[in-house]
Design a protein around this ligand. Structure first.
Ligand SMILES: *Cc1c(COP(=O)(O)O)cnc(C)c1O
Length: 383
């Protein structure tokens, strides 16, 4: 999404300040660039922020999702139920282990998260895990999903890439299931450029993920404990999924700013809702009911059925307003069957919502006036 400067209203915008500059310089001057105290502090602060026992900083959320799948011992022949209306990384992480992603439909055009009923219908004897995604930072129906998970004794992975700072019944999204994965990519609610975090309350899962994060090597502490500190063992085919000190330093500052940013997003969404309802009543705005506290990661709207989305987006672009599409459903991609699942009608709501969805600009430094421009341009684009 380069060329932010070129747009009258870009889709997203990041503001890094003197706080981030200062801590990056201090890491550079320290000469200690990775596997150090800054990352440990970031992990501790993030764990406290979401209320999880363990937090592991990683180089991106895709790595966190992969580690979660690995820690849960997923392998070839296993099935993992997940949404299709998500970023492809959700499903790819499952595939890395050899397991199969089985797509379940979303709740409705009013709530674009995976449906608990569809999850239960998709369960077979091969199902090993449920992976959900909190779309736009709005909560999946976690009480129902956790009940199903308990009934069938299935662990739950939360793709909480959109949901930093969001909660349901006072409990942070990403901490309802067995493992939660967060993203600090450049367009997320807080960023380290590239980066991510895995959180869990499970000691064993945390230890497995920790080992896989760093080449499958046993830790020095563990070696000391076993009495051979001079060397290490490699017990798994691990990866290098670590985060460095520069990014962790940025992450610590971004985490401090997150609550203010999320509050600003909430205000802008409220303004969008008011203006859209008045000026473009034919537009459907999903997530229009109470269910916990959202992080308002993006501003999705559904165009009227039968509208030409590409024409609307082109018209918005001509008015210098950047829009996006969250998402082309994963099951329509070549390596996921090119939409074969649509024919069976199992993803009917996903297909319909995805066809109608466009994402409007949203970022904390957005001005009220810009929200008005976007709504005005959308109104023009519809006629
Ligand atoms: C951004 C995103 C990811 C991937 O995050 P990275 O940190 O870029 O790997 C995964 N899932 C969803 C839903 C996302 O939005």
């Amino acid at each position: 999404f380069g060329g932010i400067m070129d747009w009258k209203v870009p889709l997203a915008d990041v503001k890094l300040g003197p706080e981030e500059e200062e801590v990056v310089l201090s890491v550079l001057r320290s000469g200690w660039l990775t596997m150090g105290a800054v990352t440990q502090d970031f992990e501790k602060e993030f764990a406290e922020f979401v209320g999880a026992k363990h937090a592991l900083a990683v180089n991106n959320a895709t790595a966190a999702l992969h580690l979660a799948c690995q820690a849960l011992d997923l392998q070839e022949g296993d099935e993992v139920i997940c949404p299709s209306l998500t970023f492809v990384a959700t499903a790819n992480a499952i595939r890395y282990t050899g397991a199969t992603a089985v797509f379940a439909d979303i709740e409705s055009a009013d709530w674009l998260c995976i449906s608990p009923e569809a999850i239960e219908e998709a369960i077979t004897d091969k199902t090993k895990t449920i992976m959900i995604m909190h779309y736009a930072g709005f909560a999946c129906d976690m009480p129902k999903i956790m009940k199903i998970a308990e009934k069938y004794e299935l662990p739950v992975i939360e793709d909480a890439a959109h949901a930093i700072g969001a909660s349901l019944e006072g409990k942070a999204l990403g901490t309802w299931g067995d493992v939660g994965c967060f993203s600090f990519f450049g367009n997320k609610n807080m960023t380290t450029g590239e980066g991510g975090m895995l959180v869990t309350n499970d000691d064993l899962l945390a230890e497995k993920a920790r080992i896989m994060r760093s080449h499958g090597m046993t830790t020095l502490t563990w070696d000391r404990h076993k009495g051979h500190a001079s060397t290490y063992d490699v017990v798994e085919l691990g990866y290098n999924y670590r985060m460095d000190e520069i990014r962790s330093a940025i992450g610590r500052e971004q985490l401090k700013k997150l609550p203010i940013g999320n509050t600003r997003r909430a205000e802008l969404v409220a303004l969008y809702r008011k203006l859209l309802a008045k000026r473009t009543p034919q537009i459907k705005i999903p997530f229009d009911k109470e269910r916990g506290l959202s992080s308002y990661h993006i501003m999705p709207v559904l165009l009227p059925e039968g509208s030409d989305k590409e024409a609307v987006r082109a018209s918005m672009k001509a008015q210098d307003i950047q829009t996006s599409w969250h998402y082309p459903p994963v099951h329509t991609f070549s390596i996921y069957g090119s939409g074969a699942a649509s024919a069976e009608g199992r993803l009917a709501i996903t297909d319909l919502a995805a066809k109608r969805e466009i994402t409007l600009p949203l970022y904390p430094s957005m001005r009220e006036e810009q929200v008005e421009w976007v709504v005005g341009a959308l109104k023009d684009s519809l006629t």
